[in-house]
Design a protein around this ligand. Structure first.
Ligand code: SF4
Length: 481
C-alpha cells in the first residue's frame, strides 16, 4: 500500500507519550525547590507539556505550575518564591484532561486535614463516576478537567485518622494507574497503586528523603537509592522519619507497564531491581533469536533503540554500527517542515552516514512501532544513502490496542499494527524484511512471571476491565462546570 493510499493518520511524533514524572523531597535544611527542580529535570522525558513545584515552610504551601518544559517554567528568580525544605514536583504529558494551564500540576485541594498538593503519574479509569460521587457525597466542586483533580479531592476529603487510613479509602475507590506524591504543610506522602502500573522509588538525600518516578532522578541528585515502592504501598515522611504500609486489599499479583521496560523509562533507571538498559539488550537479543537474518551491520534508531540494537548485535555476532546521527536539538523548534520539504527529503531529526551505509545489508532495530511514521522515513533515508538491503526487527510485539493507564498511544485507527498485517506493514514501510518480537519473547526478556506486567496494548488483556475507546478530553468542558 502506498503512503498516499494509507488509511493511517500519520503524525510527526511516532512514539507513545509517557504521562508524567513526579518527585517529592523532605530534606531539613535544604532549599527544596532547587532539589525538586533537578529531580524533575532528570524526568523531563516523561512529560513536556507543563511543569510545577509546590513547597512548604511548615505553615503554608507555595505553588508554581505552568505550561512549558521544566527549564522554561523555573528560573533562578522563581526559586525565591518557593521556600521550604518540603516539596513535590510534576512534569506532565496529558492523558486525561486537555493540555491546559489549569491542569498543570501539582494541584491543590482542601479538606478537614487542611490543604494538600498532589502530583500524579498514571490514569484513573473510573474518574468520571468518582467526580459525580464526590460531588454528591462531599460537595466537591471540580474546576479542572483531569483525573488528578478527582484523586486530590479524595485524598483531601477522605475519612481517616492517619494517611494510611486515607490511602486505604482512596485505594478502595480509585481504579487504574496512580503513582502519587502528596504534601501537606509538614508531611510528604508517596503512593503506588495496588497494581504498581507506574514506577516510584525511594532514596536518601543529605539526611532527608526523596521519592521519584525513576531512580535516574535519584542518581542525578546524588541521592542514595533505597528501594522501589511496592504495589499498594503508602509511605509517609515527616520529621519523625519514614513510615510505610501496604494496603490490606492489595493482591499478590502486580502489573507494571511493560512499556516502561521497552521505551519509557530512562535506560539508566532501575525497574524491578534491574537496569532498563540490560532488559532492553535482552529484548533485542530475543527478537534476533526469533527472527534471524544475514546482514553486514546492526543499526539502532537513535537514541531509544540503541540498547536493543546493542543486545541484538551481540546475539547475532554482527557488528553494531552507528549509521544514523540524531540532531540533539530536535524538539526545540516550533517550525515543522511542510509536506513539500518532507517529500524532498528534509530531515530535521536524523542524518544517515552514507560512507557507513552504502552497499551494506542493514539490520535496523526499532524499540516499537506506533503509527510507523519514523520507521518509514528511516527506511527511505537509508535507501537514499545506498543501503543494499534493509531488514527491520522490532524489539516489542505489534501494538494492537490503546493504553488506558497513563500513556498516550494514538487512537486505534492510527495504530498501524491494529490495521495491517506484518507483511502489509513491511510493504508499507519499504523494508526487505520485517519481524516483531513475540509476546512470549517479550515476557522472557523482561523476566516475567517473577515480575508480572501489563501487556494490554500488545495483547488486549488489561489487568482490570477497561472501556475500549477512552476519550482523554472527556471532562473538557469549560472549567467551573
Ligand atoms: S496498555 Fe501498554 S502502555 Fe498501557 S500500561 Fe499496559 S503495557 Fe503499558
Amino acid at each position: 500500500m502506498s503512503e498516499s493510499q494509507s488509511p493511517i493518520n500519520i503524525e510527526s511524533n511516532d512514539k507513545p507519550h509517557e504521562a508524567c514524572g513526579i518527585v517529592g523531597a523532605f530534606v531539613p535544611g535544604e532549599s527544596i525547590a532547587r532539589t525538586t527542580f533537578f529531580g524533575l529535570f532528570a524526568l523531563q522525558h516523561r512529560g513536556q507539556e507543563s511543569a510545577g513545584i509546590a513547597t512548604s515552610t511548615g505553615d503554608r504551601i507555595h505553588l508554581k505550575a505552568q505550561m512549558g518544559l521544566v527549564s522554561q517554567v523555573f528560573r533562578e528568580e522563581t526559586m525565591a518564591g518557593l521556600p521550604g525544605h518540603l516539596g513535590i514536583g510534576h512534569t506532565r504529558y496529558s492523558t486525561m484532561g486537555g493540555s491546559k494551564e489549569y491542569n498543570a500540576q501539582p494541584l491543590l485541594a482542601n479538606g478537614p486535614r487542611g490543604q494538600i498538593a498532589v502530583g500524579h503519574n498514571g490514569n484513573v479509569i473510573n474518574a468520571a463516576e468518582l467526580r459525580i460521587e464526590m460531588a454528591e457525597e462531599y460537595g466537591s466542586v471540580f474546576d479542572k478537567t483531569s483525573d488528578t483533580e478527582v484523586i486530590a479531592e479524595i485524598y483531601a476529603k477522605a475519612p481517616g485518622s492517619d494517611w494510611f487510613e486515607v490511602s486505604a479509602y482512596a485505594m478502595r475507590r480509585l481504579k487504574g494507574a496512580y503513582s502519587l506524591v502528596i504534601m501537606t504543610k509538614d508531611q510528604l506522602i508517596a503512593v503506588r497503586d495496588p497494581l504498581g502500573i507506574r514506577p516510584l522509588c525511594l532514596g536518601k538525600l543529605n539526611g532527608g528523603w526523596i521519592v521519584a518516578s525513576e531512580t535516574a532522578a535519584l542518581d542525578n541528585l546524588g541521592a542514595e537509592f533505597v528501594r522501589e515502592l511496592g504495589h499498594g504501598e503508602t509511605v509517609v515522611i515527616d520529621k519523625d522519619g519514614v513510615k510505610s504500609k501496604i494496603w490490606s486489599g492489595t493482591r499478590s499479583n502486580h502489573a507494571m507497564c511493560v512499556f516502561e521496560q521497552i521505551y519509557f523509562a530512562r535506560p539508566d533507571s532501575l525497574l524491578n531491581g534491574e537496569l532498563a538498559y540490560e532488559t532492553r539488550k535482552r529484548l533485542g537479543a530475543e527478537v534476533y533469536r526469533e527472527h534471524p537474518v544475514d546482514a553486514d551491520i546492526v543499526v539502532g534508531i537513535p537514541d531509544s533503540s540503541t540498547p536493543h540494537a546493542v543486545g541484538l548485535a551481540a546475539a547475532a555476532k554482527i557488528p553494531y554500527t552507528e549509521a544514523i546521527i540524531r540532531n540533539r536539538y530536535v524538539g526545540r523548534t516550533f517550525i515543522q517542515p511542510d509536506q513539500k520539504s518532507r517529500s524532498e527529503g528534509v530531515q530535521t531529526k536524523f542524518n544517515p552516514m552514507r560512507g557507513v551505509i552504502e552497499g551494506k545489508r542493514l539490520l535496523v532495530v526499532d524499540d516499537s512501532i506506533v503509527r510507523s511514521t519514523t520507521i518509514t522515513q528511516v527506511v527511505k533515508m537509508l535507501r537514499r544513502a545506498g543501503a543494499k538491503e534493509i531488514h527491520v526487527r522490532v524489539a516489542s510485539p505489534p501494538i494492537k490496542s490503546t493504553c488506558h493507564f497513563g500513556v498516550d498511544m494514538a487512537t486505534l485507527g492510527q495504530l498501524i499494527a491494529a490495521n495491517m498485517t506484518v507483511e502489509e506493514i513491511r510493504d508499507y514501510i519499504g523494508a526487505d524484511s520485517l519481524a516483531y518480537l513475540s509476546v512470549e519473547g517479550l515476557l522472557r526478556a523482561v523476566r516475567a512471571p517473577d515480575n508480572a506486567y501489563c501487556t494490554g496494548c500488545f495483547t488486549g488483556n488489561y489487568p482490570i476491565p477497561v472501556q475500549l475507546e477512552m476519550n482523554k478530553l472527556g471532562f473538557e468542558v469549560a472549567p467551573g462546570v
